[in-house]
Ligand binder design. Sequence first.
Ligand code: DC
Length: 227
Amino acid sequence: MANIIVTIDGYSSCGKSTLAKKLAARLHYKYIDSGAMYRAITLYFLRNRVDWNVAEEVLDALKNIQLEFVVNPEHKRSEIFLNGENVEYVIRDLVVAEKVSEVAAVKEVREFAVAAQQQLGAGKGIVMDGRDIGTTVFPEAELKIFLVADPAVRVARRFKELHEKNPVVTLEEVKHNLEMRDYIDSNREISPLRKAEDALTLDNTDLSPEETLNKACDMVHAALKRG
Ligand code: DC
């Protein structure tokens, strides 16, 4: 099977990473979670008290950040490492989620992350999810999926996920965080969240993860046929 680039963009918590992971496994492609990169950078900034409103501080800090995706042999999925430390789980914390959209709106941060993402996709055979993957990172991708889901369903899904790890989290907090991130992600100056003109919309409000995957696989087969 030919190697293509599949991009999956959309709002927070609409199931992008669930779909991207399953699709990559089905196709034997590499999976890259671009949001994890922005989250790991945010974690570094928070830990090292980097003021992301000051360009020089950001540029200095980025020089000390090394991000790597390593496949975990247990479940065969890639996990993100920040300067050699596995941060795959700690970056999902609400403390990081509260700041990541602000950090991801910083020009220098985006340039750093986009360059790294383009390098990771150089050999194709990749599924990457995020907000600007089909518009900015890989505008020439063979298949672009824009995943959507009803906002109430997204809040409920995210709440379930976070609540399992941290029972103190409230539905209201999760709702507020999603609304704030949607707003910042779609209104920032650089690479705001947009559906690429040639992206295909996939609404998974009433679909199970398996049904969503099957629909995405149909899209991949159609893209491969188009050549
Ligand atoms: O997909 P996620 O929720 O893990 O992403 C975390 C944040 O990173 C999200 O609020 C917006 C930002 N992001 C981005 O700006 N561009 C991307 N390609 C991926 C994520």
